[in-house]
Ligand binder design. Sequence first.
Ligand code: R5P
Length: 328
Amino acid sequence: MSTNLTNDVVIFGLDNSKELSEQIGKVLKREIVPANKIVFADGERILSSSITVRNKNVFIICNTSKPVNDNLMDLLIFVDSLKRASAKYINVVITYYGYARQDRKVNGREPISSKLIADLLTIAGVTKIIAIDLHNPSIQGFFNIPVDDLRGQFIFSQELKSRKEKFVIVSPDHGGAVRARQLAELLQNEEEIAIIDKRRTGPNKCEIMGVLGEVENKNVVIFDDIIDTGGTIINAVKALKEKGAKKVIVAATHGLFSRGFDMFENNDLVDEVIVSNSTSQSQSLIGSNYKKLKVLSLAKFLALVIEANINKTSITEVYNAYSKRNIK
Ligand code: R5P
């Protein structure tokens, strides 16, 4: 790829995103620098750079999946160290944004933790956020610094197009309908979406009230942003099968798999699960023996986005490249 990376750029990969960072480094033909990290006996940590960042344009590739609080503190402390070392710009490529689901007060006296995280990152010294499929795109507005909330649909559409089959794209809840519609549009399949009418009954618990749309005798792709316990998806799969769906593929940008992957591998109703390598958990499952799991790499996509940020070109051009041709 044609890169115009100057010596003013330093790209760090935190240890929770090691594999993805290395892949990005290969695409950009650029060294990925690890952060120095010490964890003290009581759990406190200290992170710093081994090389100078004075007046540099710095990128940090990381995610704040499980253990979310430790990963978040690592990131905040590292950003603080870079700010105090006189980095000019601190761009955080955060492939999974922990606490994104706490984006509003559902009941009285609740916190809005995703706003709190935005404040913490900004106060630490972040000058730009590059995220992918934030649970709620409105989180962009919780920051007063620029945010690129990238669309994972471009990665998933490339994979699904290669299947040469027609799918109905299903959102597992009302909140994901726009995401499902965008994926269907990229597949030139805009008529074919369905929405599951889901009601949350408690933390990590939900109930399905019905399916809006036609899925009988159709191959379906359930497209969600996060698989955490897997409860939402398994309930959705059951509902779609009851409505006569044929093949059921589960696709989600962020695989947290808090209850492991066996629940999908051993479930006869699920044909396949496709996730990106945005979380530590999905990165750790690459190369596993699970037959139903496919992990798509974000490396090329993120490398193009990092390159666009460095060269001050448009992210829309990256999207256009993905919608027009097959990028490996
Ligand atoms: C909810 O609004 C999200 O989009 C996901 O559907 C949810 O977080 C998945 O969680 P779980 O796998 O625990 O049901």
